[in-house]
Design a protein. Structure first.
Ligand SMILES: CC(C)(COP(=O)(O)OP(=O)(O)OC[C@H]1O[C@@H](n2cnc3c(N)ncnc32)[C@H](O)[C@@H]1OP(=O)(O)O)[C@@H](O)C(=O)NCCC(=O)NCCS
Length: 133
């Protein structure tokens, strides 16, 4: 497991901009690097989310377009799942996914998060995958 960083500031700059950011005060996002080369491949991490009025922990992942299809997201997300369970004591993990994003839903299923429902979250209709840890 790579070192973990509190990346709230990074998320503010990268995804939303300070004025638009309304999320929780923390998230734990780590760089994903190619083991053999050390090359930056993307990010993966855990973020609190409120879905249908319930506080949840979400696993999220992004892999560079030119490195997709190598199993990196699955490996990183599985490591985050294990970290959430074994270190943080999280008992339920979700993934919030655009309905059109088949690769992301496949990654969620591969780490044990089955499709549970749709919900209006993160500004639109999303598929929520979930699993007990
Ligand atoms: C989603 C994403 C992280 C996956 O990264 P990745 O490293 O390529 O994922 P993996 O290689 O671990 O696994 C991808 C799986 O999706 C499958 N897949 C790829 N394209 C697919 C498609 N069009 N339909 C169905 N499955 C698809 C792959 O076959 C693979 O499953 P398999 O191992 O059973 O064959 C990557 O596509 C990405 O960064 N997308 C943009 C950001 C994003 O959408 N993040 C998720 C936000 S919820």
């Amino acid at each position: 497991m790579p070192s973990w960083v509190h990346a709230d500031g990074w998320r503010r700059r990268t995804f939303a901009g300070p004025a638009a950011f309304t999320g929780p005060p923390w998230s734990a996002v780590s760089a994903v690097v190619v083991r053999e080369s050390g090359e930056f491949a993307g990010d993966c991490g855990l973020t609190p989310q409120r879905v249908d009025g319930v506080d949840e922990i979400e696993v999220g992942y992004h892999i560079r377009a030119d490195l997709q299809g190598n199993g990196y997201a699955t490996e990183a997300a599985a490591a985050c799942r294990d970290f959430a369970r074994d270190v943080l004591g999280v008992r339920r993990l979700i993934a919030i996914i655009d309905p059109a994003n088949a690769p992301s839903q496949r990654v969620a299923v591969k780490i044990g998060l089955e499709r549970e429902k749709t919900a209006t979250v993160l500004g639109g209709e999303r598929v929520v995958h979930a699993g007990a840890l």
